[in-house]
Design a binder for this molecule. Structure first.
Ligand SMILES: [Zn+2]
Length: 317
């Protein structure tokens, strides 16, 4: 009896103001009235299959995702280089089963208890879930062709590849291990710079990584830096530009401050192509532009040369 009178009452309210008052969300009537609308809007979206095609931002061609993956995320029509994850990148370079990952579980501590729109802690959790990585770099010892080396690959998908304490510490440990084992180092960068959530702690990583590379160089060991889109700010101002060889991917944006900041500060028009890999090659900041599909072969060639130089330097008085 109770239930019967309750539902009657609700119907009465609804009939009283049908146009102005939305039905209360907790009633069975309301749920019933809303459901068909939600279902129809969802089914419209489903008409276009998502995640199968990607539009190239340069030539506007629609590329089948599988084709893009097989082509190492490079547009087959115009060679535009899409971002590639650190795992995929590592897989494309190293010899099968040779990658011995280091410090895979190292995670950041929210030292500053940073609170912005959301907390640093929640950001970390969100990106760890999205990328299945603990932070923005993957490091380890591996083999590329016949060469054993220390490899670090940054992940732009993790908080813009920003360098916090974990990125700095993992790279420093990698470089120090390479020095100890007399191995060359290759770091593939992709970063928006230092991680603001860690304030000064992230800026200190610039000095730490640079110092480790200086010790590595004192032992006549080689370091190749590969800059990919985008490599900027604190990373660019530290280990990314300290390579014996500095390579870049075609079309990569590379710089310290953003173009708008530079334009406002200098009050000067910036030249066309400013802060692209091609512009920097013309102006002598980088040594070569290497398309992604050629990177492995080229790295092996450079390592052949650098290892000979390394041996010669070690023998020299
Ligand atoms: Zn294209």
């Amino acid at each position: 009896m109770d239930t019967h009178s309750f539902s009657k009452k609700k119907i009465g309210v609804e009939n009283g103001e049908p146009a102005l008052t939305p039905p209360p969300a907790d009633t069975a009537q309301a749920a019933f009235a809303k459901k068909p609308k939600l279902a129809s809007s969802k089914s419209k979206k489903r008409d276009i299959p998502e995640g199968l095609w990607t539009k190239c931002p340069t030539c506007e061609a629609m590329i089948f995702d599988k084709e893009l993956d097989e082509n190492l995320k490079v547009c087959p029509k115009c060679q535009h280089h899409f971002p590639i994850g650190s795992r995929e990148r590592t897989h494309s370079l190293v010899e099968t089963c040779t990658f011995e990952e280091m410090d895979a579980d190292m995670t950041s501590v929210d030292v500053l208890r940073f609170k912005g729109v959301s907390t640093y802690k929640s950001k970390l959790e969100q990106y760890q879930k999205n990328t299945t990585l603990k932070d923005a770099v993957v490091t380890g010892l591996c083999k590329i062709g016949p060469h054993r080396l220390a490899l670090g690959v940054m992940e732009f998908g993790f908080l813009g590849g920003s360098m916090g304490s974990v990125v700095g510490e993992k790279l420093t440990r990698l470089i120090e291990r390479a020095t100890e084992k007399e191995l060359p180092v290759i770091i593939i960068s992709s970063s928006g710079g230092a991680r603001m959530y860690e304030g000064m702690f992230s800026l200190m990583q610039m000095a730490k990584t640079s110092a480790a590379l200086a010790y590595h160089a004192q032992h006549h060991l080689s370091y190749i830096s590969v800059l990919t889109h985008p490599t900027t700010a604190g990373v660019m101002a530290s280990y990314a530009t300290l390579g014996d060889l500095i390579l870049a991917e075609p079309g990569a944006m590379i710089g310290f401050a953003g173009p708008r900041v530079i334009k406002d500060t200098t009050q000067a028009e910036l030249p066309p192509g400013f802060q692209t890999a091609e512009f920097l090659l013309d102006h002598g900041l980088i040594d070569a532009i290497v398309p992604r599909k050629e990177l492995k072969t080229r790295l092996m060639e450079y390592l052949d040369y650098l290892t000979v130089r390394q041996k010669t330097a070690a023998v020299a008085p």
